[in-house]
Ligand binder design. Structure first.
Ligand SMILES: [Zn+2]
Length: 204
């Protein structure tokens, strides 16, 4: 995978009123490229800082939509592969944080707020709501299996997810099982190293 996911959420913090930017900063403060295992060649200790790119993030904090800009680190391995470093709250290829999307779904399915009111509160379109809902359904089946997902409705599934402790274990196992992150809609590009493909510059 052309990225390395960093599991930072070590408890039931997923719905905490904390920004994705804060989690990213906390994660990067203790990040050491030399401790990483290259997802492409599997070697440990051969990654170094390569570059940074700008990333726009949308959070929901204190009942407000909040935007922020991050600098995402890309490391390069001696094999030539480059990997973006993304903590759990950042969903690849998506500007909205994991917290944001789950808060929207919880407001509707757990707190029973009508869709129109949820969309107004979070300043999203109804189309976006249904896109997230459909993706949640799809990933719910992969996470719980078809039979269990039929038995558990959206509310119970979200409550189960909210109670998952630690959340990082769930995030890691979903990534290993499916090859994508929870609520990520686009597949990751193939992890070819630079030496094979010229200069791939994937943005997440
Ligand atoms: Zn490598």
């Amino acid at each position: 995978m052309p990225m390395i996911r960093k599991n930072l959420i070590n408890c039931k913090l997923i719905f905490a009123n904390t920004s994705g930017k804060f989690y990213h900063s906390s994660c990067m403060a203790s990040f050491c490229p030399e401790d990483e295992v290259c997802p492409y060649c599997k070697r440990k200790g051969d990654c170094s800082v390569h570059a940074y790119y700008d990333r726009y993030l949308i959070d929901f904090l204190n009942n407000c939509v909040v935007t922020s800009n991050l600098k995402i680190l890309r490391v390069i391995c001696s094999c030539g592969a480059t990997h973006a470093i993304l903590p759990d709250p950042i969903i690849p290829y998506r500007q909205y944080t994991l917290f944001f999307i789950l808060a929207v779904l919880c407001d509707h399915f757990i707190h029973l707020i009508p869709i129109e009111a949820v969309c107004e509160k979070y300043n999203i379109s109804i189309k976006t709501f249904y896109r997230w809902k459909d993706l949640f359904h799809k990933h719910r089946k992969e996470w719980l299996g078809l039979l269990v997902s039929m038995e558990l409705d959206e509310r119970r599934s979200l409550e189960l997810l909210r109670g998952t402790d630690p959340f990082s274990a769930f995030a890691s196992s979903f990534f290993l099982q499916t090859g994508i992150s929870f609520l990520q809609s686009h597949k990751n590009p193939a992890p070819y190293p630079r030496s094979c493909r010229g200069s791939p510059d994937f943005f997440h």
